[in-house]
Design a protein around this ligand. Structure first.
Ligand SMILES: [Zn+2]
Length: 104
């Protein structure tokens, strides 16, 4: 056992470590690919929340126009298409309260 043998052993140890890391990296990739394939096969990937792509129909009974999914207001009659904006219309706004307080 001279210094040369120790040197060779060190090189082999580094090579083995690098090989181990490489194998683990490959296994990780394979497992991820298998997991993604499994999700696609079972349809779980499709259940993930995505931005809606369905066209929005106007709630106004005389209009019922088809609007783009990202639209917040009907492009034909101008009524709101989202529930939040509908609630905002029916509930008294802070501006209205302020003006009412100011007039009384
Ligand atoms: Zn409309």
């Amino acid at each position: 056992m001279g210094p040369m043998t120790f040197h060779i052993f060190g090189v082999f140890a580094i090579l083995a470590l690098a090989w181990l890391l490489f194998v683990l990296w490959i296994i990780g990739h394979v497992f991820r690919a298998v997991w993604i394939a499994f999700l696609h096969l079972t349809g779980l990937a499709n259940r993930a929340p995505r931005p809606s792509t369905k066209p929005r129909r106007c709630a106004h009974i005389r209009c019922l126009a088809i609007n783009p999914p990202q639209a917040n207001f009907c492009r034909r009659c101008g009524s709101s298409l989202t529930r939040a904006s509908t609630l905002r219309e029916t509930s008294p706004s802070p501006d209205r309260w302020a003006s009412r307080l100011g007039h009384s």
